[in-house]
Design a binder for this molecule. Structure first.
Ligand code: ADP
Ligand code: AMP
Length: 217
């Protein structure tokens, strides 16, 4: 299956992506994770991307599109993939369509994780991540077993630099202006499937599976 996860930052895309990837045996590809890994390794891409991530702005399309073309060309993507955080602009969506078309593929479904704005702010500012293994938590909704420590590797968990109140606001503005138009784009292609994202994490996964039932046969 070739799936795109769409939705505002903080909607729960990364959280659901982990479950979906395990359930359907497809690689989880997150552009945000790719950028953060490069930033922590101080690669040329990381140095370039850091200024955009710190300010909550989008990394330029040409940079992002090239990274994704390389990633999608890898062997593990042959039988399907799950995109989380890409595409984020209509330009990126068109580039993705054209790349997939050139290799005789297409997207099966775009899952829009639908969460009202009031919940988003709380989800993002309460998010904590493990800088060592990448595991993600929420101080209220998904706390680690020992406060402040990663369940998986016991490192100290931290708040992402772009999850502070002021950056969250600008990231939501960026979503409204640049990413929300993708809803209409994929509705026109008749691949959009809306998932109710308001319940708890397990409930939302049940909703996701139910939306995927007709597609995954
Ligand atoms: P995204 O990848 O869309 O930015 P995440 O999956 O990282 O969002 O989720 C943002 C925060 O909200 C995380 O701290 C996560 O633990 C929490 N979260 C995710 N899904 C839910 C949910 N259904 N209910 C409550 N909190 C959630
Ligand atoms: P995320 O982890 O998806 O919340 O993304 C974190 C940050 O990475 C975003 O605020 C952007 O700065 C950058 N980013 C992630 N995906 C993209 C993309 N598709 N296009 C441009 N920038 C991106």
């Amino acid at each position: 299956m070739k799936i795109i996860l769409l939705g505002p930052p903080g909607a729960g895309k990364g959280t659901q992506a982990k479950f979906i990837s395990e359930e359907y045996f497809i690689p989880h590809i997150s552009t945000g994770d790719i950028f953060r890994k490069n930033i922590s390794e101080k690669t040329p891409l990381g140095i370039e991307a850091k200024k955009y991530l710190d300010e909550g702005k989008l990394v330029p399309d040409e940079v992002t599109i090239n990274i994704m073309k390389n990633r999608l060309g890898m062997d593990d993507c042959k039988d399907g993939f799950l995109l989380d955080g890409f595409p984020r602009t209509v330009n990126q969506a068109k580039a993705l369509d054209s790349y997939l078309g050139s290799v005789g593929q297409k997207i099966d479904v775009v899952l829009l994780i639908d969460v009202p704005k009031e919940l988003i702010f709380d989800r993002m500012t309460g998010r904590r991540v493990c800088p060592s293994c990448g595991a993600s938590y929420h101080i209220k909704y998904n706390p680690p077993k020992i406060e402040g420590k990663c369940d998986v590797c016991h490192s100290d968990i931290v708040q992402r630099k772009d999850d502070t109140q002021s950056t969250v606001k600008s990231r939501l503005d960026v979503y409204d202006k640049q990413t929300e138009p993708l809803i209409g784009y994929y509705k026109n292609q008749e691949v959009l499937s809306i998932v109710n994202g308001t319940g708890g994490i397990n409930q939302v996964f049940e909703n996701v599976k139910s939306n995927l039932k007709d597609i995954h046969k």
